[in-house]
Design a protein around this ligand. Structure first.
Ligand code: HEC
Length: 130
């Protein structure tokens, strides 16, 4: 009896281990999210890369509804606002923590290198509204 109990326990542990590995896979955790695009600097688009990033890290203070009160009137939700910050150099200056710019996101960690590179890529591409 004891022996078969241990066997059941062992099988259970093996199952949990295998199931754990399976669900650790990002594609399985977030179906529908294209992680290649999220981590890629070759396929950067405004709607697919830049906007979702700004949504996650910046709209708390720079969305259409928050910018006036929390974001010093800098609007980063719609294309026009993002383009104007990109054109005057402040968007890249802020996220790359360049001298003379206020470091963004405010009071938070710097964006990952790949995200900063994606913003640079979008600007280098001519800030397309794609
Ligand atoms: C918690 C609120 C908050 C968050 C989150 C935030 N900002 Fe800001 N942002 C501000 C405030 C406040 C200012 C004005 C700061 C100042 O001028 O001293 C500002 C200024 C800026 C500026 C102008 C900087 C300059 O030196 O001219 C840019 C560009 C900017 N933010 C972009 C971003 C981006 C991009 C993100 C996300 C990666 C972000 N912000 C996240 C509050 C925030």
């Amino acid at each position: 009896m004891r022996k078969s109990n241990s066997l059941v326990l062992l099988l259970l542990l093996v199952f949990i281990f295998i199931a754990g590995c399976y669900y650790d896979n990002l594609e399985n955790l977030y179906p529908g999210v294209d992680f290649d695009v999220l981590n890629d600097t070759t396929r950067v688009t405004f709607s697919g890369t830049i906007q979702p990033m700004l949504n996650t890290f910046c709209w708390e203070c720079h969305s259409n509804s928050t910018a006036s009160t929390k974001g010093q009137g800098i609007f980063l939700e719609d294309y026009t606002g993002v383009k104007s910050s990109a054109d005057d150099g402040s968007l890249y200056g802020a996220v790359s923590w360049a001298p003379f710019y206020t470091r963004m996101p405010q009071d938070a960690n710097k964006l990952s290198d790949i995200k900063v590179a994606q913003i640079k890529k979008w600007i280098d591409n001519g800030t397309p509204n794609d």
